[in-house]
Write a protein that binds this ligand. Structure first.
Ligand code: TGC
Ligand code: FAD
Length: 396
């Protein structure tokens, strides 16, 4: 991996604007320990896992031991009690390796541990959070349905209260870690009040079934499933203390934040690979790196990564100050996904024919990033969130 420019200046090609120096020593320590682990233990194998469509189950515990699950949660629940920026940096380091690996961590931390921490009773927090933090238990988040993705308010999954229990019926689609999960956070509309409610659902509950989606050409090293809930009964204590769409959307805010950091890791991996490749690859009597248009493309890639890293840094500090307005998160999620996709596509192209093989990382990242640009709110959804913020008109 290139760390300084070939011209020999002190500038780093992995941190051109010295953004890392803006983080605290604790944040950088967390970042470097995750970097070391994922690059030595996961990177050498991830291409093969992706090809096979496989997420090794033991990685859950490895991420737990690394402290990568529930980074921002208090230590009494098994978290690391670290900053949001530290969580962002963890996402960046993991996504350098593969977006599917980061997805696992995002879902566990932002979409399962966050709502349990924010909205469950103390008893339920103590029951699930330490196990989720260690990776002993895996979680999934069921919001999207076959006919309700961008518009989660159109969900058909229903819940109804019977005595001290809730009965849930419905289908959820595109659920990361679904068939691996021990616990699912499921969102359903109450037949009584008409409000969207959230539940902690142990997946061993009768009537719960998860079936994997096997035809993905993206995120292949990640498990994605359909969930079927057929008269699933959970006790009242497993209902989350939040009502309405703001419940699930508050979780998405956390995960989108991690994505804004994470995708810059995938982009950096593609850039590193492209720089190394064009430096050696001969064309018309000299290395590709000596060609003007190749240099322009590398300069564009470096600009995108530098701007996206600065955006993520600022978003982290805003979040720590409690100023992470959803529209700010939308801007960073949308823009950094666009940047990362453009970098990955350029890297893929600069690698020529080799760029379409999984012996190199570019096409794997490029295909994964198609999912990242789609989930957690499509590019268009975030455009319309920003448009609504700018104009006051709801154009959904
Ligand atoms: P709208 O009227 O705008 O809002 C309903 C209520 O929610 C509140 N709210 C938010 N709260 C927290 N964070 C946000 N980002 C929020 N956005 C809105 C809002 O204040 C309101 O609260 P209240 O108390 O006044 O009722 O709702 P809408 O029906 O118009 O929808 C808005 C829209 C389209 C932006 C939203 O539905 C949306 O974001 N759609 C995209 C759905 C999406 O992102 N799904 C992701 C599923 S999970 C996933 O993809 C995981 S991938 C795995 C991984 O992360 O790796
Ligand atoms: P649709 O909403 O049908 O969108 C289709 C197209 O229409 C898009 O281009 C969209 O931008 C556009 N569109 C939608 N509304 C408008 C509009 N108003 N104006 C103009 N254009 C519009 N969900 C979960 O709940 N949990 C998970 O763990 C999870 N993991 C996922 C993992 C993977 C690999 C994938 C692919 C998805 C995952 N999702 C998950 C679902 C994901 O969040 C949805 O796919 C996403 O929100 C888009 O919904 P949709 O697929 O139904 O597309």
């Amino acid at each position: 991996m290139t760390t300084t420019t070939a011209k020999g200046s002190a500038l780093s090609l992995t941190d051109f604007y010295d953004v890392e120096s803006l983080y605290s020593s604790e944040e950088r320590l967390i970042q470097s320990s995750v970097r070391e682990y994922v690059r030595s233990e996961i990177l050498p194998h991830v291409g093969e896992w992706w090809q096979e469509g496989f997420f090794p189950p033991e990685l859950a515990r490895s991420f737990g031991e690394l402290g990568a699950l529930g980074v921002t949660l208090p230590e009494r629940y098994g978290g690391a009690g670290a900053s949001y920026s530290a969580y962002g940096l963890v996402c960046r380091e993991i996504e350098y390796v593969d977006s599917g690996m980061r997805s696992f961590v995002s879902v566990q931390s932002s979409l399962v541990m966050f709502p349990i921490h924010a909205y469950a009773t103390e008893e339920v927090k103590l029951e699930w959070l330490p196990r989720l933090a260690s990776g002993e238990a895996v979680g999934c988040f069921g919001l999207t349905e076959p006919d309700a993705g961008s518009d989660p308010g159109a969900m058909r999954t229903r819940c109804r209260k019977v005595g001290d229990e809730w009965v849930i019926n419905g289908v959820k689609r595109w659920i990361t870690s679904g068939s691996r999960a021990d616990v699912a956070v499921v969102w359903a509309r109450d037949e009584g009040s008409g409000k969207v409610l959230g539940f902690v659902v142990p997946t061993a509950t009768e009537g719960f079934q998860a079936v994997d989606i096997k035809t993905k050409a993206s995120m292949r090293a990640s498990v994605t499933s359909e969930l079927y809930l057929d008269d699933v009964v959970v006790p009242e204590r497993y209902r989350l203390q939040v009502e309405g769409l703001r419940g699930p959307l508050s979780c998405l805010n956390q995960a989108r934040f991690g994505i804004a950091f994470g995708v810059m890791g995938a982009a950096q991996a593609c850039f590193d690979e492209a720089v190394a490749y064009v430096s050696d690859r001969p064309a018309f009597g000299e290395p590709l790196a000596a060609k003007q248009i190749v240099q322009e493309r590398l300069a564009d890639m470096l600009s995108e990564i530098t701007k996206g890293s600065l955006l993520a840094y600022r978003l982290g500090r805003l979040k720590e100050e409690g100023k992470d307005h959803p529209a700010r998160v939308s801007l960073a999620k949308r823009d950094n996904c666009r940047s990362a996709l453009s970098v990955a596509r350029a890297a893929r192209d600069l690698l020529g024919g080799n760029g379409i093989t999984t012996e190199y990382a570019a096409i794997r990242h490029m295909l994964n990033l198609e999912t990242v640009a789609t989930y957690e709110g499509t590019d268009t959804v975030h455009t319309l969130v920003l448009g609504r913020e700018i104009t006051g008109h709801n154009a959904f």
